[in-house]
Ligand binder design. Structure first.
Ligand code: SF4
Length: 108
């Protein structure tokens, strides 16, 4: 099987993390200073990435479906806890917007 058969999104070929040690994706599973060093390295690479937005949106699209133990490592420059917090903020903002729309239309 080659990469074309794996349905890798086109943007991934431009990812700054291509060719890097992937251990920073799983930094949450390391401990203490090692975990922080891996997270910092992941963030450093992500900040140079031309497809950071695409990566983050792909991660956010999956966020609501992920079990807690899958929320590891850096995607789109954010840690698992940061992605979950962003997801919750977005969900709450969408809910508030829907309720405001309903209220403006005279609904309950
Ligand atoms: S934003 Fe970070 S994790 Fe995502 S593709 Fe770019 S370098 Fe990789």
């Amino acid at each position: 099987m080659n990469l074309d058969e794996l349905q890798v999104p086109a943007w991934h070929y431009e990812a700054a993390c291509n060719g890097h040690d992937s251990s920073f994706w799983f930094a949450d599973r390391a401990s203490g200073g090692e975990a922080q060093a891996l997270l910092n390295e992941g963030r450093r690479i992500c900040l140079t990435c031309p497809v950071l937005r695409e990566c983050l949106e792909a991660a956010m699209a999956a966020e609501g479906c992920l079990p807690h133990n899958m929320r590891a490592g850096i995607w789109g420059g954010l840690s698992g806890a940061e992605r979950w917090a962003l997801y919750r903020r977005r969900v709450n903002a969408e809910r508030a917007a829907r309720e405001a729309e309903k209220a403006a239309a005279g609904g309950a």
